[in-house]
Design a protein around this ligand. Structure first.
Ligand SMILES: [Zn+2]
Length: 178
């Protein structure tokens, strides 16, 4: 499965690069968004350098790769869903209707940590493998993001989310790689 996935990963990668280039002008550092929106909690969970490096783009509809036309019909369910947000590398997109949700920005920041820690190709492979094996809601990288998001929403006490996600990723996706 992995071998047949690799050429598609390259197609997805080039689609992502084109998409990011097309929106580069509207991408703003997350640090700026936090100030503008009055989100005060995120700096307690993520390092200042990550918040400066990661960018956010607000859009009418978040861009999703055309997986069916890339021959990835098995995960077409992913393509037809509507997403409030999606992260590609160091940039995440949020749907204009949900941009005021600090919790949504938190969720996408968890994905930004995953991209940063795993690297572009390893993230894409791990994410695609998770979708194929378990479906969207139970794919390991989404479960991780939703678990942290739930803690952010229910526990008022800050914790080092970025550090914990990096440790979790190293233990589960990097050290144990075949
Ligand atoms: Zn997610």
């Amino acid at each position: 499965m992995l071998l047949s996935l690799l050429p598609r990963i390259l197609m997805i990668r080039s689609w992502i690069e084109r998409t990011l280039a097309a929106h580069a002008g509207e991408a703003r550092p997350v640090g700026e968004i936090l100030e503008a929106r009055g989100f005060r909690r995120l700096p307690d969970y993520f390092g200042a350098s990550l918040l400066e490096r990661v960018r956010c783009v607000t859009v009418e509809r978040v861009p999703v790769p055309p997986l069916a036309s890339m021959g990835l019909r098995l995960i077409t369910g992913f393509e037809s869903r509507h997403y409030a947000g999606i992260t590609y590398g160091d940039t995440y997109f949020v749907d204009r209707r949900y941009e005021r949700s600090e919790s949504l920005h938190f969720h996408e920041m968890i994905h930004a940590v995953q991209w940063d820690c795993l690297g572009f190709d390893r993230f894409l492979l791990a994410y695609a493998r998770g979708l194929l094996r378990y479906g969207y809601a139970r794919s390991p990288l989404e479960v991780m993001a939703y678990d942290h998001q739930r803690r952010f929403e229910t526990d008022p006490y800050p914790y080092p989310a970025e550090t914990l996600v990096r440790e979790e990723l190293l233990a589960r996706f990097v050290r144990h790689e075949p």
